[in-house]
Design a protein around this ligand. Sequence first.
Ligand code: ZN
Ligand code: ZN
Length: 274
Amino acid sequence: MIDFRKIWDRIAYALVEAVFPTKCLVCGEFFSPPQREDMLWEDLQDITYQRLMAPFLCPTCLPGFSPVESPICSKCGIMFRSRDGEDRVCSNCSMTPGRFRMARALGIYNDQTFKKAIHSYKYDEKIQLARPFEKLLFSVFIRHWNKNDIDLVMPVPLHIKRFRERGFNQAYHLIRHWPRIAEKLDIDLSVMRIERNVIFKTKKTKPQATLKGKDRKKNLAGAFSVKNAHKIRGKRILLVDDVFTTGTTADECVKELLKNGAEYVDIITLARRM
Ligand SMILES: [Zn+2]
Ligand SMILES: [Zn+2]
């Protein structure tokens, strides 16, 4: 039997492509993204970077991604240069352990187009990238955590002024639809809640990227504060951010959360600098 719907879908797709060609969100070149049927995802195995990012990045930019893979530091998630052996605590974490319990990320930040894709999401308002990113981050969560070990998920907050400039909190948009994604995958997330009214950034700071070592810490000292502390007493928290570079920002949040009674705080990010 002729499947007229499929044929019509193809024609409609070709027409849309002809009138509104797709631009790569990293390099700006026009390209033909895969058809809708290739974008469908049904289970966790379908949630891969190459598959989910294919509608947004051209075939030249798409391969520019390296996943974080074991052996990694079991605390901070950094990859070991030597690809032999098991996950273990790195020397940095054994000398000066961060306040967080563990940190995990999807991909390597030093990396090619993945870094550019995150920049375009965060600074160029390519908020449509939240769609693949939130699913990819959710898959990182399911891979590394027992979902019943987390009570609250919260984005690293932006200062209200920065929030107004940008129009959105890029970290929040990485978790906003987790309940819906979990439902589609038949994963019970009922223990966990997204919480946005606890930690706030009350001091406007310089961009961390422009600073080094001690200045990074000084810049962020006292930048975050907790309201509604009763909401986090005894709670196990997952803190979400787009990038983990030195970990100073996240750790400053962790400090406040622990001070106000959180049981432990873990960190999850899209990317991690290696
Ligand atoms: Zn491109
Ligand atoms: Zn480490």
